[in-house]
Design a protein around this ligand. Structure first.
Ligand SMILES: *Cc1c(COP(=O)(O)O)cnc(C)c1O
Ligand SMILES: [Zn+2]
Length: 394
């Protein structure tokens, strides 16, 4: 373990490896730093080649003692080559199939790292504000290591995600309003009760380190090649920033020389980050009224707009782009993935494939380029909602 401390994503502040949520100097979000000269490059190379699990990359993860690691064999998910949709679009398209994680979403990656760090730091109770997948995941990890878990979720959280959370025995607090209301209440309670906050924005500086492992695995599965584009649906965006960080690290270690361009995706009914990116100033304004079938990425960012700005800057740094999609386009790709590729995924995840079509129409992604779309969660997460829609179509 070669993590050296925390640094602010916006100013020059640096601090020790503690559970600090925001920069004491400027209020910005934080990030873990490493001593890359101390990293065992041979071990990272072997882990990249095998791309087998999150913790095989422990050289680049922030846990000191292995005894604190809480794992359910997350990561090591397949990179599946698209035939039907790739042929239609004329690109080389791959799906990073995150539905194959223990609780059926990629959130197992940030949570396995976040809960392990919290345990190592001596916390016995954890909490999360979530649109559902993060809560379902964290409550499973808490059950697995016998920690107390409090989840703050919007009242209208889909039943598929709620039922997982309830059965894993978390204490569920349903908060009226949109996701940002849950975020605020969770943050306040964590401060009062000394619970470790694992909310999957940038507020916990350690969880993004788990997201990072998606990038190492993509690089390994492509036989140590960087794709031209990686397409990521955005809540606040730590998954996108984490994936980009993984390639920057591989470059620092001398293992790769090309960085991917990041394509960020939001729904038209909640697109604070894409709007800021397309305006050109990256200064995110909170979204007032969220309305989309892609509930997992409906984050209005009210009260933590700077998180969205951080994501917009990462997209820009990568030479990437942003698209926002109508619910109609997103649902079209839920159907296409299910019927043409055998992949059943929830709307937020299908957005990462619908976005490829959209970016090609705009001339952003070109024919023949290589593209990886992150299939972030399973379709059964939205069983009730998708069943209603299919009955309405029939
Ligand atoms: C959380 C989530 C996202 C967004 O990831 P962030 O890191 O929060 O931006 C995308 N898709 C699904 C299914 C999610 O649960
Ligand atoms: Zn700062």
């Amino acid at each position: 373990m070669h993590a050296t401390g925390l640094r602010c994503a916006e100013c020059a502040w640096r601090g020790p490896l503690e559970l600090t949520y925001i920069c004491p100097k400027c209020g910005g979000s934080l990030e873990v730093t490493y001593d890359y000269t101390a990293v065992d490059v041979a071990s990272v190379t072997a882990a990249v080649k095998a791309h087998r699990s999150v913790w095989s990359f422990k050289e680049l993860l922030p846990v000191r003692a292995e005894e604190y690691i809480v794992t359910m064999d997350e990561g090591g998910t397949p990179l599946r080559q698209s035939r039907a949709i790739a042929n239609e679009l004329g690109v080389s398209l791959f799906y990073k199939d995150e539905t194959r994680n223990p609780t059926l979403s990629f959130k197992d990656r940030p949570n396995t790292v976040g809960i392990s760090v919290a345990r190592e730091m001596g916390y016995d109770t954890i909490a999360i504000a979530s649109t559902g997948n993060g809560a379902a995941s964290l409550s499973a990890y808490a059950a697995h290591c016998d920690m107390a878990c409090n989840v703050f979720i919007p009242v209208n959280t889909p039943s598929g995600k709620l039922v997982q959370t309830l059965y894993h025995g978390a204490n569920v607090i349903r908060v009226p309003g949109n996701y940002s209301a849950s975020f605020r209440v969770a943050h306040e309670r964590c401060g009062k009760e000394d619970w470790a906050n694992l909310t999957s924005t940038y507020i916990n500086p350690y969880t993004m380190e788990g997201d990072k492992t998606i990038g190492y695995e993509i690089f390994g599965a492509l036989e140590e090649n960087t794709p031209d584009w990686i397409v990521v649906p955005l809540g606040a965006g730590p998954m996108l920033s984490g994936i980009y960080k993984s390639f920057e690290e591989l470059r620092t270690l001398g293992l790769c020389d090309k960085l991917p361009r990041m394509l960020g995706v939001q729904a038209e009914g909640c697109a604070p980050i894409i709007d800021a990116f397309l305006r050109g100033d990256d200064a995110v304004r909170p979204w007032l009224y969220t309305e989309t079938v892609a509930d997992a990425i409906a984050d209005p960012l009210t009260g933590y707009e700077r998180d969205g700005s951080r994501t917009a800057r990462a997209i820009r740094r990568s030479g990437g782009y942003g698209v926002k999609l109508s619910d109609k386009k997103i649902l079209n790709y839920v159907n296409k993935l299910a019927r043409q590729e055998g992949i059943f995924t929830e709307p937020a995840s299908a957005a990462s494939v619908a976005a490829v079509a959209d970016a090609m129409e705009q001339g952003v992604i070109r024919r023949g380029e290589s593209v990886v779309s992150i299939i972030t969660a399973h379709g059964l997460k939205a069983a009730e909602e998708l069943l209603k829609l299919s009955e309405a179509q029939a």
